[in-house]
Design a binder for this molecule. Structure first.
Ligand code: NAD
Ligand code: UD1
Length: 339
């Protein structure tokens, strides 16, 4: 199997590249490096001992994609490329729809032209909106409150129509819960370009001395300790979910569209995550209580039964391991790849 990883130089893409290579598959990375560094790919090569062909290109450029698909004899694609900051999507909706929705349309057109019909798409648990029940299974109604979430929902709808339109396509939509952690080597990990929006990278930057204190965004939620509960998932587990999804697509003979949650099924509160990170880094971390972040929900965690049933996948790593691995990466690379 030879897979094109759009956005493959990013956080989830690099971890997935390692797992695919270590499972004997070939990968080609296609990335415009708008939110990543070539150094991350070099480190994937060091970890795996394999050369990773890498193309600097934009998924909105059909010619560059067609070239990549044909020149490298690609038979499947994992589409990670896109923009992912919720707040930024509110102030820059045109950029978000252009990158995430238009980028996917151009990719689908290029794939169709090259007769590559197997695709795994990076969606998000954000498409469930405010949960009406927990744990969230794939039948839960979808909704969105911001352009980022809407871009994911739009792509999911486009993929459903593409699937109905012809018998060629085998499509898997993976709805990720909250990926955190880093490769156990400590050589690759999450490296936000600006002030982190997400909890884990923020905690890690406080631990390493780049930020003063953590803000706990809301302590009056209807949760056991009042702080938000999420389904944190080790990025290596998430990466292995992609290997399983691709291997399943490889063996399929007919058309298909599957939508699959990737989560642990376990919720952890913000305070629990801070405590776990304190254990991992061996110091106490200053935090203050702050108001809720607009758009945040109290609790969100997956029913991962379908992933087990269809992919034979379950998450292996616990919160302590996620924090230990995140700390190994952050402490060895205090300024990320720029250092
Ligand atoms: P990331 O920003 O680290 O990786 C995305 C990669 O895509 C980057 O390397 C970036 O340079 C590249 N890219 C962006 N626009 C591009 C374009 N137009 N053409 C080519 N390359 C482009 O993000 P990530 O955390 O690895 O996320 C990967 C995917 O998973 C995204 O689609 C994201 O929305 C989705 N997702 C992420 C999370 C999360 O918490 N990290 C949760 C749910 C879903
Ligand atoms: C956020 C996005 C979501 C996206 C997901 C993964 C929002 C509103 N939602 O989800 O669309 O799919 O990231 O990229 O941005 N928290 C703090 N302090 C912080 C940061 C976060 O207390 O500095 C809390 C939050 O209130 C939440 C939890 O930590 O309860 C996790 O937050 P975060 O890591 O941003 O993930 P999500 O909110 O689940």
């Amino acid at each position: 199997m030879k897979t094109l990883l759009t956005g493959g130089a990013g956080y989830i893409g690099t971890h997935t590249a390692i797992e695919l290579l270590q499972h004997g598959h070939d990968v080609v990375i296609f990335d415009n490096f708008s939110n990543s560094h070539l150094e991350a790919v070099r480190r994937v090569e060091t970890i795996t001992g394999q050369h990773v062909p890498t193309i600097q290109g934009d998924v909105r450029d059909q010619y560059a994609l067609t070239d990549a698909l044909t020149q490298h004899g690609i038979d499947s694609v994992v589409h990670f490329a896109g923009k992912k900051a919720v707040g930024e999507s509110v102030s820059q909706p045109i950029d978000y729809f252009d990158n995430n929705v238009n980028g996917t349309l151009v990719l689908l057109r290029a794939m169709q032209a090259c007769k590559v019909f197997k695709l795994v798409f990076s969606s998000s648990a954000t498409v469930y909106g405010t949960p009406s029940y927990l744990p969230l299974d794939e039948r839960h109604p979808t909704s969105s409150t911001n352009p980022y979430g809407r871009s994911k929902l739009m792509v999911e709808e486009i993929l459903a129509d593409v699937h109905h339109s012809s018998s060629n396509w085998a499509l898997t939509v993976l709805r990720y819960f909250n990926p955190i952690g880093a490769h156990p080597s400590g050589c690759i990990g999450e490296d936000p370009a600006d002030i982190p929006n997400n909890l884990l990278p923020y905690i890690a930057q406080v631990a390493v001395g780049r930020r003063e204190h953590i803000q706990v965004l809301g302590n009056d939620y209807d949760t056991p300790d009042g702080t938000g509960v999420r389904d944190y998932l080790h990025v290596v587990d998430l990466a292995r979910g992609h290997v399983k999804a691709l291997e399943r697509l490889q063996h399929l003979t007919g058309p298909e569209l599957q939508t699959i949650n990737l989560g642990t099924g376990q919720g952890h509160s913000v305070l629990e995550v801070i405590r776990a990170f304190e254990q991992a880094c061996g110091k106490s971390l200053p935090y203050i209580m702050a108001p809720r972040r607009p758009g945040d929900i109290a609790s969100c965690y997956a029913n991962p039964a379908r992933a087990q049933e269809l992919l034979g996948w379950t998450a292996e790593y616990d919160l302590a391991t996620m924090c230990a691995d995140a700390w190994r990466w952050q402490s060895a690379n205090p300024k990320g790849y720029r250092g």
